[in-house]
Design a protein around this ligand. Structure first.
Ligand code: HGY
Ligand code: MN
Ligand code: MN
Length: 412
């Protein structure tokens, strides 16, 4: 059967949105509150207005586009994803979910559907944590999990605090707490996302309906030593922070396999300071991203990292392990899973239930409202890289599942 979503319009939205990147020669880099982020926000607002939505920006920069329902007593359905990216990432991670919401709004307009329950499309900030660390920050702030004081503590690689970056973006960090959602503000939340893995493509299936998301912890490890001259400082007299860091990193790689078959560990960022070729490093910091389906396994890996860091800090080295993010393993709404599955089947799509190894705003928002998440295939399972790709026809099929589910849930 032919679907509902306009594949060409979806393709144009993805491609036009992707022009807002700091690295046009090498994938998508769109850090929260950056100039390209502001331009992308304006692009989303333009299309929300064109689709007939009433637009607002909340106190931290999330953008909402609302189509009111005929019954104002019914809380709207929320649909969307994140607008920020990883450095040199792909054009679909985040935007696919926002554009699923936008296309749904366009379809409501084109098909002259009047929902009884309203719907809202959302584009969220800082899911990746690529600027301020941790991740899932926009949804954590929406659900009241970030203290205002954190906005001064959280800084980017240039030492700019989130609070200062907010001011530069035209927001008042003192008012950030106003972004916290009121209880029962929404009926439910739906997110479409690219799978970012090979399962759907290998199985020649169209969509995955996610039933649970693995737990994630993101740590920042800092090792302090003492700077010194590379030529005149005897080896026994050194407090080389990088030597300490290497001793730690060499032990971390064995941790996942000691934990469970599904546990994963990634060191994605590492900084060596002061960064002179002839200077003994006095400060090294690196991130440790830990994931596992069971909270006890994440907790165990965190305690192991702390022990490994503690035992490496001898001979004048000191260390610290800061927990930037802890998101427990999350079960999503069985009711929404059923609705999404029913619609995938009715659309004649090949589908499966899947656990998500990637973190998503859905895992945070599910704490305050019933939440559903679906995946569309990723070519060669690649994501967080410029090669990230989903065929537009496949994306359109996934959007059909979102659209029909929202049409049902809003009584349109
Ligand atoms: O890291 C993740 O799983 C997601 O892409 N933020
Ligand atoms: Mn994402
Ligand atoms: Mn991502």
């Amino acid at each position: 059967m032919t679907g509902y979503a306009d594949t060409r319009r979806v393709a144009d939205l993805i491609e036009d949105l992707d022009q807002f990147t700091a690295t046009p020669e090498n994938g998508t880099t769109r850090l929260t509150y950056s100039a390209e982020y502001a331009a992308a926000r304006d692009f989303i607002i333009t299309h929300m207005l064109r689709a007939g939505l009433e637009v607002r920006q909340d106190a931290i920069g999330n953008i909402f586009g609302r189509l009111a329902g005929s019954n104002p007593d019914l809380a709207p359905v929320l649909v969307g994803s994140h607008l920020d990216s990883v450095p040199n990432g792909g054009r679909f991670d985040g935007p696919a979910g926002i554009i699923a919401g936008l296309e749904t709004a366009y379809l409501f307009r084109d098909l002259r559907l009047t929902p009884e329950r309203g719907l809202e499309v959302v584009a969220m900030i800082e899911e990746e944590g690529a600027r301020f660390g941790g991740g899932l920050l926009g949804s954590r702030m929406l659900t009241g999990r970030v203290a205002p004081a954190d906005l001064v503590e959280l800084t980017d690689d240039h030492g700019v605090s989130m609070a200062d970056a907010m001011e530069g973006y035209g927001l008042d960090p003192q008012k950030a707490v106003q972004a916290v959602l009121a209880p029962n503000a929404y009926h439910s939340f739906l997110e479409l996302h690219i799978e970012q893995g090979p399962v759907l493509e290998d199985a020649c299936q169209d969509v995955a309906i996610v039933d649970r998301i693995v737990g994630i912890a993101q740590l920042k490890v800092t090792i302090w030593g003492r700077a010194g001259h590379a030529g005149t400082t005897p080896m026994h007299a050194r407090r080389d922070a990088l030597t300490g860091a290497v001793a730690i990193l060499s032990q971390l790689s064995g941790l996942p396999v000691q934990t469970s078959k599904e546990a994963v560990l990634t060191v994605g960022k590492l900084e060596v300071l002061p960064g002179g070729a002839n200077v003994i490093p006095d400060l090294v910091n690196f991130t440790v991203d830990l994931r596992a389906p069971l909270a006890k396994d994440i907790d165990w890996m965190i305690s192991c990292v702390r022990d490994i860091v503690g035992s490496a800090c001898t001979g004048g080295l000191t260390g610290d392990v800061e927990e930037m993010l802890y998101a427990k393993p999350t079960m999503l709404s069985p009711d929404l899973h059923r609705c999404l599955t029913t619609n995938a089947r009715a659309l004649g799509l090949k589908y499966r239930t899947m656990v998500s190894g990637a973190g998503h705003d859905a895992m945070i928002i599910s704490a305050v409202m019933p939440t559903g998440l679906i995946f569309v295939p990723s070519r060669d399972g690649i994501s967080h890289a410029p090669e990230e790709w989903t065929d537009y026809a496949q994306l359109a099929r996934g959007i059909d599942v979102i659209f029909t589910t929202i049409r049902d849930m809003t009584g349109a």
